[in-house]
Design a protein. Structure first.
Length: 213
């Protein structure tokens, strides 16, 4: 179960995050309301999979870089007020796994936390992202090459039998790959995958040179 540490946020945002995470049986909020001065000590003590950072309370953007360098196995998800494209790019360049608007829909925040815990990067949909814009996920390299192929077929609406025929594998093997893909994306079904697609949350980019077999 991914563990989460939350920095100090405005009261309403802090309450919403606590409720969201508490309602998710697959996330464990180990500490919240952590001041910017105590972040290092708290991360050192808990070694969480994900830390939620408040862009407005950071001493400077370079604090993200410092945290990322000190705790490379911890994903940093930054929440900001009306972030600009420059804010997104700056946070990601300094090592954040995701940068989201505080106005992002609750389910998308939870999806971003799950994806960050699995080592995937959540990006603005376009280079001119605005608050409330959907995000996309860069991280097909986190899937095996075969899982990437199955995911492409699932996104195209192919049935398990059609995928099995196209990839020359068994139907049960397709089901096994699909279950693993859903788990890595933090979802449970084709219906949820379709929802993420409609929201622009599963635009996946392959690394160049990744084998396909």
């Amino acid at each position: 179960m991914p563990t989460v540490v939350s920095a100090r946020f405005e009261d309403l945002v802090a309450l919403a995050l606590s409720v969201l995470i508490a309602e998710d049986p697959n996330l464990d909020l180990v500490e919240s309301d952590v001041s910017v001065e105590d972040l290092d000590e708290t991360i050192e003590r808990h070694r969480p999979k994900v830390v939620l950072l408040n862009h407005g309370t950071l001493r400077s953007p370079t604090q993200v870089f410092s945290l990322h360098r000190s705790y490379p196995d911890t994903a940093l998800v930054v929440l900001a007020n009306s972030p600009t494209a420059a804010d997104f790019n700056q946070m990601l360049s300094y090592g954040a796994t995701a940068c989201l608007s505080k106005e992002t829909e609750a389910r998308d925040v939870i999806s971003a936390i799950h994806l960050a815990a699995r080592g995937m990067h959540v990006l603005p949909q376009t280079a001119t992202a605005h608050r409330g814009d959907p995000v996309r996920i860069r991280g097909v390299d986190q899937l095996t090459p075969r899982e990437g192929e199955v995911l492409e077929q699932l996104q195209g609406g192919a049935t398990n039998a059609e995928i099995a025929e196209r990839l020359a594998i068994g139907v049960e093997t397709v089901r096994t790959h699909a279950r693993k893909i859903y788990r890595k994306l933090g979802i449970a079904s084709r219906r949820e995958l379709a929802r993420l697609e409609r929201q622009g949350l599963v635009t996946l980019e392959r690394r160049s040179g990744v084998p396909t077999s």
